[in-house]
Design a protein around this ligand. Structure first.
Ligand code: GLN
Ligand code: ZN
Length: 768
């Protein structure tokens, strides 16, 4: 018999019940008991789904009110002392304080990642979980960190599952991954030195689970799919020797990539089983089977836990069959990783047509896919005929559907000249042409694109979507907002204006909605962090642009002023990164298709006399593959995609790009190779330190280092910004410097925005 299981299930709930309960709880509208009731209802529901689908275990330990790494921080008793907990606070209250800080006035940033502010007791830092869009809270570790078993929550959830008659498989983040993800908070300290005391606590956790009657514990060590320093690799064997003595079966789970140089290590650790990602790294299946000791089970992650496509069950079965031939009952099958990265239930998508729906599987459907595979393996395909034939039909229709395959797009890509990603002249020549065209002062001032998305703007959009506001009235309302933003900028004395992005709900969705090949779900929510969920667009087919997307708004804005109006677009890599991307062609092909659509928009803007065009690429860095060895290939196609989008214009048209982060130390050549005439980056929070790299690297083109932090309502003074600009001028030639905020202003209010920009303009003037 084949064993099937999942590494985790989304906890947010198919109607985002957890999100709404959390937010009610934070507003004081419901009490502890009500929040906990929602949580245990969700756990019970998700376990039942797993059982109904025929899984051999239910996943326990994947639930968290805010974040699973934070659960471990509490379980392991390493809540940082700076929070000053007295011991009187409940575990749940501490959970939220650690996650959200005390001041709690922390606004969302434009790019999903929430900033950490230096007022009140700031929350734990948040960062992306490997290459997903999920953010975890970072453990703070120092030489004094002491671990101790300090929570019963996990054990309570095991009892809860047992009481419901389930067979739990408990998931834990492994001790080495936990330390690896932590941040060192004292000098001359190596967090790996904490491992000996940490393993003791893991040993206690495992013994307690054993006492509860748990047979299997899934211990996640996804860092085995990274390039690890030697000391970290060496830490595995002694650690797992110790954990092994707890005498409970451990399934070592790896995911998001290939084990590669850690393959032999992972196969030989003293554990009872190994899980590998066979979706992202199918090539490792054979080598793992060859090296796996005969007493171990192998869990193959054959169902894509990172994407929403229905599995090709015949293909999965073929792989599973081959593995079964060698492993027999030691074969387990699972999704590639926890299902928390996909939405909960496709059944809620009532607005999709049947064909599109038939191509998709959300978490609930993925459980059923596992069930079908198990049935087919154990009793034959005939017993799972319904599932298999639906999968076959979907796979066939994806191969041939004219909605997916647009020959014109591919013909255009195929005939694209090799130099389609090159501007007509090198930067120096373009710079001269642009200088004589725009005649801007030294230290030209601009903004990153968005102005405050006010209540009024959002209300108008909501009414328009509900059909209560006509298209014409919506356009008028947005034009009023654009006019207001333009007038403000004129009176503030900015040099290069923007229209303010009033008409945009979101920088990716806005474009996706107008491009062919994209679909938008009604309920495809995925947790980003805490109660925050995102609904990524679904790129299902060849991408093309039926009509201009931004020209009318930009032209309207330009009609209000003779100052240069900067056109504002989202770049191909950011659109790709923040969407569910089709899996039937390489991501690079999809990126190039989007690039062509953006290129057409850039050219149309130029024809409409928009001389400065910004193509935002905040996600280019986060798209970097987990393994260094894959970076060059990625940077190659990502860079080419960006340049294709930017290179259809004349020398005197100025292309800007914007990136929210500027930690580019290891990829400067690739950033420079984008060859944008101007790049704007976030630098104010690092006190311009991040700019130093650009200087050291002799970054060739113009740069606008952000001079004020838009993540907080604080208004920086003129002096402060002058000081930052002086620092910038020490490392970048002054004639290459622009003056702008760190990022877009959509999360800010107008009052602080106007004052801050006024100060910013004064700072620029004093530099001239
Ligand atoms: N142009 C966008 C804005 O200003 C850029 C946002 C971003 O970088 N994430 O909102
Ligand atoms: Zn930004």
């Amino acid at each position: 018999m084949t064993t099937i299981h999942t590494l985790g299930f989304p906890r947010i709930g198919k109607h985002r019940e957890l999100k709404f309960a959390l937010e009610q709880f934070w507003r004081g509208e419901i009490d502890n008991a009500a929040l906990e009731a929602t949580a245990s209802e969700l756990r019970a529901r998700h376990w039942q789904l797993q059982r109904d689908a025929g899984l051999d275990f239910v996943a326990v330990g994947d639930f968290a009110y805010y974040d699973q790494v934070l659960n471990h921080i509490q379980l392991l008793g390493c809540e940082p002392g700076r929070f000053g907990f007295t011991g009187a606070e409940s575990e749940l209250d501490r959970h939220f304080t650690l996650a959200r800080g005390v001041a709690n006035e922390v606004p969302d940033s434009c790019c999903g990642a929430r900033p950490h502010d230096n007022y009140g007791t700031w929350a734990l830092e948040m960062t992306k979980w490997f290459d997903t869009n999920y953010h975890y809270l970072v453990p703070e570790l120092n030489a004094d960190t002491q671990f101790r078993l300090n929570s019963t929550r996990l054990f309570d959830e095991v009892r809860e599952a047992l009481a419901l008659g389930h067979t739990p498989k408990v998931s834990l983040i492994g001790p080495i991954t936990f330390l690896y993800l932590g941040k060192e908070k004292s000098a001359d300290f190596d967090r790996l030195s904490l491992l000996p005391q940490l393993r003791v606590v893991y040993g206690e956790i495992l013994s307690q689970l054993k006492q509860l009657g748990v047979e299997w514990v899934q211990i996640d060590e996804p860092i085995l799919c990274l390039d690890l320093p030697a000391a970290w690799k060496a830490a595995f064997e002694p650690t797992y020797n110790i954990l092994n003595s707890a005498n409970i079966k451990l399934l070592l789970a790896t995911y998001f990539g290939t084990l590669d140089d850690n393959l032999v290590l992972a196969c030989n650790l003293p554990v009872a089983g190994l899980h590998i990602d066979a979706v992202r790294a199918p090539q490792q299946i054979t080598s793992v089977i060859d090296r796996l000791p005969h007493y171990k089970v192998l869990s193959l992650g054959l169902i894509d836990g990172r994407n929403i496509w229905r599995a090709d069950l015949d293909a999965v079965l073929a792989t599973a069959h081959a593995a079964q031939g060698k492993l027999g009952d030691r074969l387990w099958i699972a999704p590639s990783c926890s299902l928390q990265h996909v939405p909960v239930d496709l059944a809620l998508e009532t607005a999709f047509d049947d064909e599109l729906r038939s191509w998709l599987a959300y978490a609930t459907q993925k459980l059923d896919e596992l069930g079908a595979i198990k049935t087919a393996l154990d009793t034959g395909v005939a017993a799972a005929e319904t599932a298999f034939s639906a999968s076959r039909t979907a796979a066939a229709s994806r191969r041939t559907s004219p909605r997916i395959h647009n020959p014109a797009v591919n013909a255009r890509l195929a005939s694209l000249p090799a130099d389609a990603d090159q501007r007509h002249a090198p930067f120096q020549a373009r710079q001269a042409a642009q200088r004589s065209r725009f005649n801007l002062p030294a230290y030209p001032t601009t903004t990153i694109g968005s102005f405050p998305q006010t209540k009024e703007i959002r209300a108008a959009r909501a009414r328009y979507k509900r059909g209560e506001l006509s298209a014409a009235d919506y356009t008028l309302a947005m034009q009023q907002e654009i006019k207001y933003a333009v007038e403000q900028q004129i009176s503030l004395g900015l040099d290069v204006l923007v229209h303010g992005e009033a008409e945009r709900n979101d920088m990716v969705e806005y474009f996706g909605e107008q491009l062919d090949g994209f679909a938008f779900s009604q309920n495809g929510w995925v947790q980003s962090y805490g109660s925050r969920c995102v609904k990524p667009p679904i790129i299902y087919g060849d991408v093309s642009r039926p009509l201009a997307m931004t020209v009318a708004w930009t032209q309207y804005a330009q009609s209000l002023t003779s100052l240069p109006m900067k056109g504002m677009l989202t770049g191909p890599i950011t659109i790709l990164q923040w969407s569910f991307v089709r899996d039937d062609q390489p991501r690079s092909d999809t990126a190039l298709q989007i690039a062509l659509a953006i290129r057409d928009e850039v050219v149309d803007l130029e024809h409409a006399d928009i001389g400065i065009i910004q193509i935002d690429e905040p996600a280019i860095r986060e798209g970097l593959p987990l393994r260094r060895g894959d970076w060059d290939a990625y940077l190659d196609w990502a860079g080419r995609a960006f340049r294709i989008s930017a290179s259809g214009v004349d020398n005197s048209t100025q292309i800007h790009t914007h990136m929210c982060y500027s930690e580019f130390n290891d990829i400067f050549p690739a950033i420079a190779a984008l060859d944008a005439d101007v790049i704007t980056i976030e630098t104010s929070r690092s006190d311009m330190e991040l700019l130093r790299g650009f200087g050291d690297f002799n970054y060739p083109n113009e740069i606008g280092p952000g001079v004020y932090d838009i993540h907080s309502p604080r208004v920086p003074s003129v002096d402060e910004m002058v000081r930052l600009l002086k620092k910038a001028a020490e490392v970048i030639p002054a004639e290459h410097l622009w003056v702008n905020p760190d990022c877009g202003l959509k999360t800010r209010g107008w009052a602080e925005t106007s004052t801050a920009l006024q100060n910013m303009v004064l700072a620029a003037k004093s530099m001239r």
